[in-house]
Design a protein around this ligand. Structure first.
Ligand code: ZN
Length: 331
């Protein structure tokens, strides 16, 4: 499309489906909280996945009270609203270590504090807020089962899915089948990370063993044409984060990013920021990058926004209104 006047991407209604709680902290907030609590807040990484995880843990460390947590959720929702997001799903791992730092009794209280902050932020901002309880691949699978059961108990107050994150080279999908079966029985969206540092086999594992309906990243599916056909046929959405992929060397450059090939193969995909704190890019910037670096036209960007809404755990009413607004945007 050769619009002389490109449409305003901020005004394109979109869902942010792949964004991690602590990784979405504003840099200014991290500095302020770290100062207040007398902690180092070194934001300099060396681009490796290990240094990224170390930085992520530093952001976790900076949260020292339920008020800090509430502030974080409110700021994430404010930033999303400013980017034209109408529905956000914040991924959060909760553990006894989180509880201890926050001065709460256990991980149940951490999740309840998050959900409460999410509901208040939602009312204030006027956009929809959901949570994905994220299990951690580097932890024992029994912990994931426990988290899935916890998530299943909170579907009425904001939990929409079960995720699986952290170092993909550890913790094969096979170990987490039981947790994702609990999620399936509870009607939660199964949205594990796969196909980022692991290849097509990790994506197949997520589909076959975990019953994944969405794959966080999944970009390495491009290495296997048969897998691409399957993703397209089964309508599995890839929640793609181009800037994150470049910073973490999943791809050597934006030019080499498989996003255009995934679109061409008919795989549903959404655009996401992953961890704006570390990658310096919010979701609107990813849509801008879609336009400027990948040369996507407005109809394709609207298609991506539609995919994000359809694949989300948003209530039907919100989905219908957002899809109609995307039609108006692209008309
Ligand atoms: Zn992620």
């Amino acid at each position: 499309m050769t619009d002389s006047q490109p449409r305003n991407l901020q005004a394109l209604p979109k869902a942010h489906l792949h964004v991690h709680l602590e990784g979405a902290m504003r840099a200014t907030t991290l500095t302020e909280l770290a100062d207040r609590h007398g902690l180092p807040a070194n934001l300099e990484g060396d681009g490796s996945f290990a240094s990224f995880i170390a930085l992520y843990r530093a952001a976790c460390e900076a949260l020292r009270s339920p008020d800090d947590l509430s502030r974080l959720v409110h700021e994430i929702v404010e930033d999303a609203t400013a980017d034209g997001v109408v529905w956000i799903e914040i991924s959060a791992w909760v553990s006894s270590a989180h509880a201890e730092r926050l001065g709460l009794a256990n991980q149940v209280e951490v999740l309840e504090a998050l959900l409460d902050a999410g509901q208040r932020a939602q009312r204030k901002a006027g956009i929809g807020v959901g949570f994905i309880v994220s299990a951690n691949r580097t932890r024992p699978p029994t912990e994931a089962v426990e988290l899935a059961r916890l998530a299943a108990k909170h579907t009425a107050d904001g939990v929409v899915g079960l995720g699986l994150a952290d170092d993909e080279t550890r913790g094969a999908a096979e170990l987490f089948g039981e947790a994702f079966a609990v999620a399936r029985d509870a009607g939660l969206i199964r949205a594990p990370h796969a196909g980022e540092h692991g290849g097509p086999d990790s994506v197949r594992g997520a589909l076959d063993v975990l019953g994944a309906q969405r794959i966080e990243h999944g970009v390495r599916s491009v290495e296997d044409p048969e897998l691409l056909r399957r993703l397209a046929a089964e309508g599995v959405t890839l929640d793609v984060c181009p800037t994150s992929n470049v910073v973490l060397s999943v791809v050597p450059s934006l030019d080499a990013h498989p996003l255009p090939r995934l679109l061409e193969a008919g795989v549903p995909l959404s655009l996401n920021a992953d961890d704006p704190l570390f990658f310096g890019s919010g979701i609107l910037a990813e849509y801008e990058l879609g336009r400027h670096s990948f040369g996507l036209d407005d109809l394709t960007l609207a298609h991506i926004a539609r995919c994000s809404i359809r694949a989300s755990g948003a209530p039907d009413k919100l989905k219908t209104a957002a899809l109609a607004a995307i039609d108006r945007w692209s008309a």
